[in-house]
Design a protein. Sequence first.
Length: 274
Amino acid sequence: MTFDSALLSLNVELKGPVAEVRLIGPSKGNAMGPDFWTELPRVFEALGADDEVCAILLYGSGGTFSYGLDLPAMQPVFAPVLESRGTDARLRSSFRRQIQELQDAVSSVARCGKPVIAAVEGWCIGGGVDVISAADIRIASPGATFSIREVRVGIVADLGSLQRLPAIIGAGATRHLALTGEDFTAQRAHELGLVTELADDVVARGRELAGRIAANPPLVVQGVKRVLDQGAEQAVQTGLDYVQVWNTAFLPSRDFAEATRAFAERRPAVFTGD
């Protein structure tokens, strides 16, 4: 299996039975723009269908995992419904489909039949947390920093972290981190169980773990993943469907418009509850 050079946000390299998927931008900090959302499901669906691939390692380039959603690059997605203030039913329906497409891109990581190890160094913010939450194993470097930051930019996180994290770190910790939007360290992530271990060379450790998984019987490994996922998928999807409706109704707000302006102007946002 090969991927052509048209991939702009991901680099895929096959090393025996292990596939390495590396986030490469092109935005600063591997922020997730339109190319990422198109390419992520394409890559993970192909790797899941490849009988030669037994495990997948996912990590970021440039010493960071991802700054999350690339707000400037994704502005065309939000602009029409924001400009209509949510009063155009056709625009709302289209916007809901766009949310669903982004959700499906993240869910392609969870649906992939092969175990996925996310190796995190540097920043892992917003959409980055959504993506690693869909992985099977998460490890981090001691200097990594995480944040479920959507609340700070006027968004109810809608790509899977609110649905998947309670089963990983517990409902209380999820509420704390999602409601405050605060940054938290790799050590805290380890204590909460978001990551299972810390490693100075997190990519090398990820390769070691992926190799160990790939050395086991492939169908048994895939069976373990499927059995562990059984029952959880429906609950996650129900939550994703609900937040689609919520954000279709409430995201077109003055607060979200203010958040995007403040981000572009590099200033603190002033929210009014409108």
